[in-house]
Structure formats: structure tokens, C-alpha cells
Design a protein around this ligand. Structure first.
Ligand code: BGC
Length: 724
């Protein structure tokens, strides 16, 4: 949804008039955001600052009554009665929690899953007085060691761009600033997910072509969808921190992408320019960041403290201050807070409403990825005795996932509760087996779990990470199951084998985990991710067969950490691993293919692809020229199910080497048993463009291959065309 130019013009007129009455102190106040205690801003700090108009926005406090109170004081006691924007990290739900963004992306269903989740999240957050969320995080990540991979949509630019746009539309609704919506913020601009070694906040060093072709497009998608705010990343990009990087913030963001909205630093990022070693003190840091293009400073006070003096000294131009303040007032106008600064406290009755829980469950069941299902062991028949084993089994926080805001674990359906709801309490026994990260009692408890197998018809493991193991500052060097959980699987699977009891493993984590070493010990594996409030019910929907799993991976699952970065759209190299001789690009001790490829996922039914057709075999250089691609897909099994039809292309010869495969389209379709549908895609000339050596975006003439694929490793139909 584009913001109407008329509305922006109206907002600018309003801002200009207001600014005529504002002092420099008040103007800088609009560029200053206060924060709650974790950001060093205690409430007494607010008390000291607000009467002078030094508080423009406020981070991380919530609750209608509280925020109405703060707003009232601001409106009554500040010189120009300007309301504050209340901001909060509404990442995957507010009270009712949805799958984490990474888990949502497994659905390959952005326009339902991401959009509807964001819509409900916005409604609940709005009810609590919030108007601005710092989401979506649209950082591409090819490195599951990085904890924040859980906040993004995986490794692929095209898929992430779709989720980016859908999430923005979900938060912002049909009209920016409308009731029950939030302003979105695309973050972290840009390349944060490419931190060296997967270590959070670490440097990024990459080609400008990769920056523009892989990392920037999801931001463009957010802005095209109407996102009006953007947060630069903590990291340095090729040596210059994103927070003061003029190339990124001016040339790319403002000029190339045409972004007209507001930028906000990440929390503490301006002060961190000092340890980044690009300036000597906080005053210089403010000068660098503001002059590079950071409008609002998040959750700290240095703009209030330093900008007036820097203007006086001629180091910051007052015209730039005015331009930034105008943008912020335009944002506030668009958010509707001048018109409606307060919220009706009764609205909070919508928290955890049956409708919100229904959406949460509908969304959650569309995400888990079935990685393995030997002998069709899943779904589980009714009346089977289930032994649930593993530390996630009855852990509400783990199933909610990190960055879950003011969620309430007590409102959460754990795996145990979900299985009991569906299969009956009498049919489910739970044995924790071991703790998540290891404890002294683990050996004893593993033994107890193995002994319990004798009473069971099927074992279901619920293993993985706790909610704090992924997310910010939670990079891991070892991404296997933590603690003794692998040992637990081995012991219980061995006992099950002896008794002829099948085993299903369900993995709950904020990142792909390495499961290569134990995957053969179980009959089925479901990568569940982190599913939110209704997670346990969603799991029961899948394993009972009430819902046929339809998730597909949005990130490759590596065999081991040694393969990282692990992503499908790599280059061929001059010595591809063809197994022909020794001097090939490979590892001597491990395959180069991941354990499970991007796009992979099974269903309880099977699909057949036929009749790939291209509307023509030549495309001109007109950027709007296009080829229509169609393919027939049939459900060849005996259950209804959804297939994710994936279209990849390969540019066969380029002036720069081109990826072996690039996703350019997908469609998720539901098919009844025996049903056949035709799926259509449009491939435009501009979809084929890339950044050449001279930094021009070009679609080069030559041959292209179209691959209709089940996943990045398994293409089933091929066709080709030529760009002339
Ligand atoms: C994170 C941001 C977040 C901010 C405010 C920072 O540490 O990097 O993504 O929006 O905190 O909570």
C-alpha cells in the first residue's frame, strides 16, 4: 500500500506550521526517543526531560492506562503540546503470540501467515497504546550461528521480500495511521545478518554487488509496501558503521531506494561509534550519525545534549535539523496521533480473544516442516499410546520463542497440552528426559524416559532450544541440540527399536540445528520452529493428520557448522564438485550439500508436475517485457494437501558469474486427492537484472533456464528462453 502523496503534503503543511512555534530544544526533543530501564532511561529521567519538550517518542512501555497518562502530561505540560509516539518491538505478536518470523517463513505463505499475524499483533499492541513497531526485520541470513536468524525470513532475497511486504501490510493495514494498526519499521539497514562468523554485532565485509542484489531488495519491498521508517544496523559495513555510513544512508537508502521516511538509530548505536573507533567521543558520534542521516536517536539522550551546540558551532546545519524534525512530525501526523493521541482502555479486552487464538493456530499449523516420514509413520492414529519425551514437551516459553514481548506463558498451549487436547489425557504420557542445556539429573532422567517406552505405541520427542538461545546477542558456535538431548534421543530410540516402537522427533528452535548425526535413529522428523501461543494445538493438528503439513525450509539446514555459510544460490566456481578428480571445490570430510536444502519439505501426500509451458521463448530488453510460465500440478496421493510450487532461474552466461539457481516465483496451492491445477508465473525482464562490475543494474542478453522445483536441490521440469 503506497502512502498517498496528498496525505504526505497535508502532513508537511501541518508540520511546517507547528515548527514555526518550536524552539531548537523542542525540535531536537522530537529527534530524541526515551526508553525504559534496559535502555538506561528510568522514569525519573523522563520526569526531568519532558516538560521542556525533550521527549519525542518513548520505547518499550505499554498499557493503555499508563500510556494515556504519560501522553496527557506531554500534551498538557509541554510548550507545544506535541504527543509522543509510543514504540515497542512487536515482533511476532503482542499478547497472543504467533510463530517467530523465521518460523512464519517456513509457511511460504506470506499473504496469509505474515499478514494476518501482523494484523492481530497490531490490533493488540494498539490497544495497549503502542503506535510504532520495530519490525519487520528483513535481514537475509545465510548463517544459522547468528541468533537473530530467528527474527528474519531466512536466506533468500525473493522470499524475504514477499514476507517483508506482507508483514508491512499486516501492521499498517489499508491506511497508514488507521485505528488498530501500527507503523512498521524495516530493520536493520543493512547486511546485519552477514556478520562475520555469525557473531552478533560483528563486522561485515562484502561486495557492493552482493549488498545491492541480495541484502537491499527486502528493504525496497517494505518501502514499496508503505513502510515509512527504517533502522540502520549496528554493524560496520566494509569498515564504516551503518549508523554513520553516508553511502548506505544517503546514496542507497534515500537516492537509490527513494526512501522519504524517518530513520532511527538502533539502541545505543550512536554511542557505539566510539568503540567502533571512528570518532573519539559522544559529541563527535552525534555529529557523524546525524550528518550521515539518522533522524531519531533511539532510547538515549545525546541528541538533546549535543545537537544544539553542534548547530551553534556550525558542525550541523540547522536546515538538516529542520528537515529531520519535519519528517518526524510528518510521521506523527501519518500515525494519527495528533488527531487521536489516546487509546480507549476497553480495547485491551481483545487480548487473547478466541478469534486471535484461532488465527494464531491457523498460522502456526502452516509452518512446521516435515523433513522425514519413513513408512508414513505420521500421522498418528487415534487411540495410540503416545510417549512424549524431551525438555520442550511442557515448556511454554520454548514454544513461544524469543522476542515474544509481553506474551503470557500461562496462556500458552504446550506440546503436552496440545496432544492431550487432541488424543485424550489417558493416551499421552510425558517424560522430560533431560533439561535443555544440561543438569546433574539428566542421566537418571534419560534412563527413566527409555524405561517408559515399554508402555508406548509411539514415541514423540520434543527437543530443541529454549527461547533465550536464539535472538539478539545469542550466537552459537555449536548449533547441535544443546545439553544431553542427542544422548536422550539415542537412548530412547535404542529402547524403542528393541520394542519395535516407532519414533518421531519434533525440533523447536530459533535456528536450523545440525541433526545429521542422529536423524537416522528416528522414523520421522518435524522441524517445528517456535510456534507461539497455540503451538501445542498446531502440533497436534499436524501429527494427528487433521492438517497435512505444508511447511518448506526458508534456510538450508547444514550437516555441520563447517558448511556455514550454507545457502543454495551460490556460484558454480571454476572447479565444481562433480566427483571427477581431486582438485574440486569440496570438503575432504563432508558432503558440500546441506542435510536439507532450501525449499525442502514433505507432505502426507505426493504431487506430480507436468506440462511446463513458456508463453514465448524470447524476451526483449524492454524492462516490462515478460514471459508467462505455466505448469500443471496434480495431487497423486489420497489426502488433500498443499504444495509449494517453486520457480528458479539460471542466467547461463553473465559478465559476472551468476548463481546456479535463483528463486523468482512460488505459489502455495491446495489440491484435493487426484485434483490437478495449473499454476502460472510471470517472469519480467527486470526480474532477471543484477548489478554488474560497473555497478549498473543490467539484464544481459543470452540464455536463461527455468526450473520448476520441489526445492532448491530437486528441479523436476526445465525450459529455456533467450533475452535478446
Ligand atoms: C535491537 C533492535 C530493537 C531495539 C529496541 C536493539 O537492541 O537491535 O532490533 O528494535 O533493540 O528494542
Amino acid at each position: 500500500m503506497k502512502i498517498e502523496t496528498r496525505k504526505i503534503e497535508q502532513a508537511k503543511e501541518f508540520a511546517e506550521k507547528l515548527m514555526e512555534k518550536m524552539t531548537l530544544t523542542e525540535k531536537v526533543g522530537q529527534l530524541s526517543q526515551f526508553g525504559n530501564s534496559i535502555y538506561g532511561g528510568v522514569e525519573s529521567f523522563f520526569e526531568d526531560h519532558y516538560p521542556e519538550g525533550k521527549v519525542g517518542s518513548y520505547l518499550s512501555i505499554h498499557g493503555a492506562q499508563k500510556l494515556n497518562g504519560v501522553q496527557k502530561r506531554l500534551m498538557e505540560e509541554t510548550p507545544n503540546h506535541i504527543p509522543a509516539l509510543f514504540a515497542y518491538d512487536v515482533i511476532h505478536g503482542f499478547k497472543t503470540t504467533f510463530p517467530t518470523p523465521l518460523t512464519q517463513s517456513f509457511s511460504w505463505d506470506p499473504w496469509y501467515v505474515a499478514k494476518e499475524s501482523a494484523k492481530v499483533a497490531a490490533k493488540e499492541a494498539y490497544a495497549a497504546g503502542i503506535r510504532w513497531t520495530f519490525a519487520p526485520m528483513v535481514d537475509i541470513s545465510r548463517d544459522p550461528r547468528w541468533g537473530r536468524i530467528m527474527e528474519g525470513y531466512g536466506e533468500d532475497t525473493y522470499l524475504t521480500s514477499e514476507f517483508s511486504a506482507a508483514t508491512v501490510e499486516g501492521f499498517q493495514g489499508d491506511e497508514i495511521g488507521a485505528e488498530d494498526t501500527l507503523l512498521a519499521c524495516a530493520k536493520h539497514f543493512v547486511t546485519y545478518g552477514a556478520c562475520i562468523g555469525g557473531r552478533d554485532y560483528n563486522s561485515v565485509d562484502m561486495s557492493l554487488q552482493t549488498l545491492l542484489d541480495v541484502y537491499v531488495p527486502p528493504f525496497k519491498a517494505a518501502f514499496d509496501a508503505g513502510c515509512f521508517t527504517c533502522m540502520p544496523a549496528f554493524n560496520d559495513f566494509n569498515g564504516v558503521p551503518c549508523t554513520c555510513n553516508k553511502y548506505l544512508l544517503q546514496d542507497v537508502l534515500r537516492k537509490e531506494l527513494g526512501f522519504k521516511g524517518v530513520t532511527i538509530s538502533d539502541a545505543g548505536a550512536i554511542a557505539e561509534l566510539v568503540p567502533h573507533n571512528v570518532c573519539a567521543n559522544i559529541k563527535e558520534a552525534v555529529e557523524l550519525a546525524f550528518n550521515a542521516g539518522i533522524d531519531i536517536i533511539m532510547a538515549f539522550d545525546p541528541y538533546n545534549d549535543n545537537i544544539p551546540a553542534l548547530v551553534e558551532e556550525g558542525k550541523i546545519d540547522i536546515k538538516d535539523v529542520d528537515a529531520a524534525v519535519e519528517r518526524v512530525l510528518v510521521l506523527k501526523f501519518l500515525a494519527g496521533i495528533f488527531e487521536k493521541p489516546f487509546v480507549d482502555e476497553k480495547k485491551q479486552e481483545c487480548f487473547f480473544s478466541p478469534e486471535h487464538r484461532r488465527v494464531s493456530r491457523e498460522v502456526a499449523k502452516r509452518c512446521p516442516v516435515l523433513l522425514k516420514n519413513d513408512n508414513g509413520i505420521l500421522p498418528i492414529d487415534e487411540n495410540k499410546k503416545i510417549l512424549l519425551v524431551g525438555p520442550i514437551g511442557d515448556d511454554p516459553k520454548a514454544i513461544l520463542g524469543g522476542w515474544a514481548g509481553p506474551c503470557e506463558p500461562a496462556q500458552t498451549i504446550t506440546v503436552l497440552a496440545g496432544l492431550e487436547n487432541r488424543f485424550g489425557k489417558e493416551n499421552v504420557t510425558f517424560s522430560m528426559g533431560c533439561s535443555i542445556e544440561g543438569s546433574e539429573e539428566d542421566n537418571e532422567n534419560i534412563k527413566k524416559a527409555a524405561d517408559a517406552v515399554s508402555e508406548a505405541d509411539i514415541v514423540v520427542f520434543a527437543v530443541g532450544e529454549h527461547s533465550g538461545m536464539a535472538g539478539e546477542a545469542n550466537s552459537r558456535s555449536d548449533i547441535s541440540l544443546p545439553g544431553m538431548q542427542e544422548k536422550l534421543i539415542e537412548a530412547v530410540a535404542e529402547a524403542s527399536k528393541q520394542k519395535g516402537v516407532p519414533c518421531v522427533a519434533m525440533i523447536f528452535s530459533g535456528r536450523p540445528l545440525t541433526i545429521f548425526s542422529w536423524r537416522d535413529k528416528v522414523d520421522a522428523i518435524l522441524f517445528a520452529g517456535q510456534l507461539g501461543t497455540e503451538g501445542g494445538n498446531a502440533i497436534a493438528d499436524i501429527i494427528s493428520g487433521d492438517y497435512n503439513p505444508s511447511g518448506r525450509l526458508s534456510c538450508s539446514i547444514p550437516c555441520s557448522e563447517g558448511q556455514i555459510p550454507c545457502y543454495y544460490n551460490s556460484l558454480n566456481t571454476g572447479r565444481p564438485a562433480l566427483g571427477k578428480w581431486v582438485f574440486e571445490s569440496k570438503y575432504r570430510d563432508l558432503q558440500i550439500e546441506p542435510a536439507y536444502a532450501f525449499g525442502y519439505g514433505l507432505s502426507y501426500t505426493t504431487f506430480e508436475y507436468t506440462d511446463l509451458k513458456l508463453s514465448k521463448d524470447k524476451m526483449s530488453q524492454d524492462p516490462d517485457d515478460y514471459i508467462s510460465v505455466s505448469v500443471d500440478v496434480k495431487n497423486t496421493g489420497d489426502r488433500a494437501g498443499e504444495e509449494v510450487v517453486q520457480l528458479y532461474i539460471r542466467d547461463m552466461i553473465g559478465s559476472r558469474a551468476r548463481p546456479m539457481k535463483e528463486l523468482k516465483g512460488f505459489d502455495k496451492i491446495m489440491l484435493a486427492p487426484g485434483e490437478k491445477k495449473t499454476v502460472e508465473f510471470t517472469l519480467k525482464n527486470s526480474d532477471l537484472a543484477f548489478t554488474d562490475w560497473n555497478m549498473n543494474k543490467v539484464t544481459e542478453p543470452g540464455n536463461f533456464t527455468v526450473m520448476i522445483s520441489k526445492n532448491a536441490a530437486e528441479s523436476v521440469l526445465f525450459a529455456s528462453f533467450k533475452v535478446e
